[in-house]
Design a protein around this ligand. Structure first.
Ligand SMILES: [Zn+2]
Length: 411
């Protein structure tokens, strides 16, 4: 068995690069922090009525359960506590790329920081790909607008959130109104995301907007440290019933790949500042937003789905897979495996009658897994690959199997 200290020396067998080791340490440390926060939240939950409600719900029959939706189910609480209990890293040696390939994410991004961070990174990636793949989108003028919502120190999140929602709906309506054009009507597409923080002065809610148009917006000027626009101020005042008037607008430079990602990150950075929030605050936000979307898209962004695939795609190249498991209060190395795709056979395929016969390299049916056991012996195994690609969990389960049967393998 591995001792809990095992993972502290990732570099022990000199297989992973130093960059990978530091990436893995950094990532797993942030998971540890997030897990602590989640544990403290679920412990806190046990002191509230919502836990009793979850317990009661779990004891009801299917018929009794229908029509009633508790805020939390026992399974949700379990998923939250389990989130990140295994992490699969991959170092693509030849591609010089290391990533957290997959993990058992709980997908509760409104409570779990790991999932929120992962999700926002994936959203940045998704929109980055959509924008850079389209010359029309790249040619548009892009703007980043921030609209803070005025609030009082003693207001509940509920009250501030409802005010924000009303403002969002008014902006949406004003875009649809064909008679009176507003500042927001000039954009072909708007992505709108909520940002929530809690501080000594109460609930701060900002709207972050990513907007695009064919025409340059003139009359943006600098006021203090930020750039503003009179029409935008007027519009924002109108939709908030003269309540909020602070705005900022910045033109974005999408010519540079780094700038593009940086700006997308501003918009898609996770909604909640977990570090600044107590468990009570998180619960207050969750009660209000648990079935609501915190990201909306209008115009050309209307049909883009908010969901993202939390796992990485498989790259068809050899890699070292490192699976870490969470035990007590840290990660231990579960397995370290080199995975080499075996070369596939060449098959003949006929495309169309007139076209010449082509040789197409078919995806290999087998995956070779080289596993090092605790004594340093190398064990090679071939696994049949599901032709539509092997799932990460299958690999995880297989490495588990190898581990469990260590004593049965003749060296
Ligand atoms: Zn999670």
């Amino acid at each position: 068995m591995h001792s809990p200290n095992h993972t502290k020396d990732f570099n022990k067998n000199q297989v992973l690069s130093t960059d990978s080791v530091s990436f893995i340490k950094k990532t797993s440390n942030s998971f540890i922090k997030s897990k602590k926060k989640v544990y403290s939240f679920t412990e806190f939950l046990k002191t509230t009525d919502f836990y009793d409600e979850a317990l009661e719900f779990s004891q009801k029959s299917k018929i009794e359960q229908s029509g009633f939706k508790p805020l939390f189910r026992l399974s949700t609480i379990k998923d939250l506590n389990d989130c990140g209990s295994w992490l699969e890293f991959r170092e693509y040696t030849k591609l010089d790329k290391t990533s957290l390939h997959s993990a058992n994410f709980c997908h509760r991004h409104k409570i779990c920081k790991s999932c929120a961070t992962r999700r926002s990174a994936k959203q940045v990636q998704k929109y980055n790909n959509i924008i850079t793949a389209s010359p029309e989108l790249m040619a548009k003028k892009w703007y980043y607008i921030v609209l803070p919502v005025k609030h009082n120190i003693d207001e509940s999140f509920d009250t501030v959130y409802n005010r924000v929602n009303e403002a969002i709906n008014k902006i949406k309506k004003s875009r649809e109104n064909k008679r009176g054009k507003t500042f927001f009507s000039q954009f072909d597409g708007i992505m709108i995301a909520l940002e929530v923080t809690k501080s000594f002065n109460g609930w701060n809610v900002h709207l972050n907007l990513l907007c695009c148009t064919d025409n340059e917006i003139s009359n943006i000027y600098k006021k203090g440290k930020t750039f503003v626009h009179d029409e935008l101020i007027d519009n924002w005042k109108r939709v908030t019933d003269n309540d909020s008037y602070i705005v900022s607008i910045n033109k974005l430079n999408f010519n540079d790949a780094f700038e593009l990602k940086k700006n997308l990150l501003e918009v898609f950075k996770y909604t909640l500042k977990f570090s600044s929030m107590k468990n009570e605050d998180l619960l207050e936000v969750y009660k209000c937003t648990n079935r609501k979307r915190l990201l909306r898209g209008w115009g050309i962004f209307h049909n883009l789905k908010e969901d993202v695939d939390m796992n990485d795609e498989d790259l068809d190249d050899e890699y070292i897979e490192l699976v870490l498991r969470f035990v007590n209060d840290g990660y231990i190395e579960h397995s370290r495996t080199k995975i080499v795709p075996a070369p596939g056979p060449k098959v003949l395929a006929v495309r169309k009658k007139q076209k010449p016969i082509r040789h197409i390299l078919k995806k290999s049916r087998f995956i070779e897994i080289v596993h090092q056991d605790k004594n340093g012996f190398t064990i090679k195994k071939f696994f049949k690959r599901n032709l539509s690609s092997i799932s990460d969990f299958e690999i995880f389960a297989q490495t588990m199997q190898v581990k469990l049967n260590d004593d049965d393998i003749p060296y």
